[in-house]
Design a protein around this ligand. Structure first.
Ligand SMILES: [Cu+2]
Length: 141
């Protein structure tokens, strides 16, 4: 499924600079032996770029951490094992999670452009809270 939460804004923009599409894999185990991870869990992109979440391994999904999103952004919610592509038009922090494995720390953060503000840590279960703190720290906030 393709989410175009900011379609109107996108259409009014002048032809964007070369927009890129990045890939994030949903994994049960990565090359280093880490369990239940998005790879990469932290990503910096530019406004206009897209990200595709690949259902590389089974029983994962991607959905936004809705109480941490930039104002006006509706978020996305993929089904289990669904490949999802999201286009990001506005600068900001976009935190997301895998619902089945949130408590195990299966979350990620996408930094788009230069965000004007940093979100408070939202409602996150188990290891997801500390992990989100780490990712935000890594983002330089
Ligand atoms: Cu998962």
């Amino acid at each position: 499924m393709r989410f175009t939460a900011t379609l109107v804004a996108a259409m009014t923009l002048a032809a964007p600079a070369i927009a890129e599409t990045y890939e994030i894999e949903m994994l049960s185990r990565d090359a280093e032996g880490n369990m239940m991870v998005f790879a990469p869990a932290y990503l910096e992109i530019s406004p206009g770029d897209s990200v595709t979440f690949l259902a590389t391994e089974k029983s994962h999904n991607t959905e936004t951490v809705d109480d941490m999103l930039p104002e006006g952004f509706d978020g996305w919610k993929g089904k289990r094992d669904e490949e999802v592509t999201v286009t990001f038009d506005a600068p900001g922090y976009y935190p997301y999670k895998c619902k089945p494995h949130e408590a195990m720390g299966m979350i990620g953060l996408i930094k788009v452009g230069e965000p004007e503000s940093t979100p408070e840590i939202g409602k996150l279960r188990g290891k997801a809270g500390p992990m989100m703190k780490e990712l935000l720290a890594r983002a330089g906030s």
